[in-house]
Design a protein around this ligand. Structure first.
Ligand code: CP
Length: 327
């Protein structure tokens, strides 16, 4: 018997296939009830604290709207207005906030610090800690992606899913989305292809674990630096090129990288190489023009807004099970 109450949601590595299946089922149930305008007071009178070190549109609002729909209250905390900004430690913040409510969630994408901050919160919190994106993981996004793929493809096994990236930065190393995707998709027997130019690889330990998971679940993991190989006959493509990050003043290499990787753009020509029923996914925000053509992101294969909408239902499932659930 799996118990979800108080289980932290920091990395999908800590969640079994069975537990993720339950998250998917609860997400679908909540989505159906939302469509029917049915009451879902599973977290009545409960409070979650949402600490944000960075900006957000989807993550913040899916959590805030979601908790209201579950009968609870989400308290948004811009960390620049908290004593964190004066150096209060994660341990002390976790002890205090977790004595006030029922859930603690945080986005901290600072490289080499973000995940440590989350795990320290979890160590001292009396309530479940949810990762709203850190330097290593974005489990909320990957879960919504999985639900979207299941809805669009009616099955999850034996799909060629290509995760493609070419960041225009080496400074901030925004790997959290592909890391969480490659932790999750092989659990479902997908044929996952990772495609990126030389120099943009994920950490070795991420790849080693993903390969083991693919083998165990009758899927596969392919790594290529050939973008066309990734698009060829793909059922799902998830391309990303953070062109806009080039404006980061600390990233002197950014301009060169953007220039060097301009070909790593999702175009209609590339999409034509994929399966006829391919879906185009993107976590958003997208850097239209630099990383994807408007005709693709606004085209018939794009599911980006369904994917974004699913952030609401999957976030609600995570909160319902970890902040409520069986004790
Ligand atoms: N995909 C995602 O996490 O979006 P936000 O940065 O807007 O939350």
């Amino acid at each position: 018997q799996t118990e979800f109450r108080n289980k932290d949601f920091i990395t999908l590595e800590d969640w079994s296939r069975g537990e993720i299946d339950t998250l998917l089922e609860v997400s679908k149930d909540l989505k159906q009830k939302f469509a029917m305008d049915a009451d879902t007071p599973y977290l009545k009178n409960k409070t979650a604290f949402l600490m944000f070190f960075e900006e957000s549109t989807r993550t913040r609002n899916s959590m805030e709207a979601g908790l209201a729909q579950l009968g609870g209250h989400a308290n948004f905390l811009d960390t620049s207005t908290m004593q964190v900004s004066h150096g209060e430690e994660a341990k002390d913040t976790a002890i205090v906030l977790s004595s006030f409510g029922h859930g603690l969630a945080c986005r901290n994408c600072d490289w080499d610090i973000g995940n440590d901050y989350l795990t320290t919160l979890a160590e001292y919190s009396r309530v479940p800690v949810m990762n709203l994106q850190c330097d290593l993981y974005h489990p909320m996004q990957a879960l919504a992606d999985l639900l979207t793929i299941e809805e669009k493809k009616n099955n999850l096994e034996n799909l060629k899913v290509s995760v493609i990236w070419a960041y225009a930065t080496t400074h901030k190393k925004p790997i959290s989305v592909p890391v969480s995707q490659v932790q999750l998709f092989p659990k479902y027997g997908m044929d996952v292809t990772l495609a990126y130019p030389e120099g943009f690889k994920l950490p070795d330990w991420v790849i080693e674990r993903a390969e083991a998971s693919a083998k165990k679940n009758n899927g596969s993991l392919t790594i290529t630096h050939d973008m066309e190989q990734a698009y060829e006959d793909a059922d799902v493509v998830i391309p990303k090129n953070w062109g806009n990050w080039v404006t980061d003043p600390h990233d002197e290499e950014g301009s060169d990288l953007l220039e060097a990787n301009q070909d790593w753009k999702c175009t209609e020509e590339m999409m034509n190489m994929a399966d006829d029923d391919v879906i185009y996914m993107h976590a958003l925000p997208a850097d239209r023009g630099n990383e994807v053509e408007d005709s693709v992101i606004d085209g018939e294969h794009s599911v980006v807004f369904d994917e974004a909408e699913n952030r609401l239902h999957t976030a609600k499932a995570v909160m319902t099970l970890t902040m409520g659930g069986r004790g």
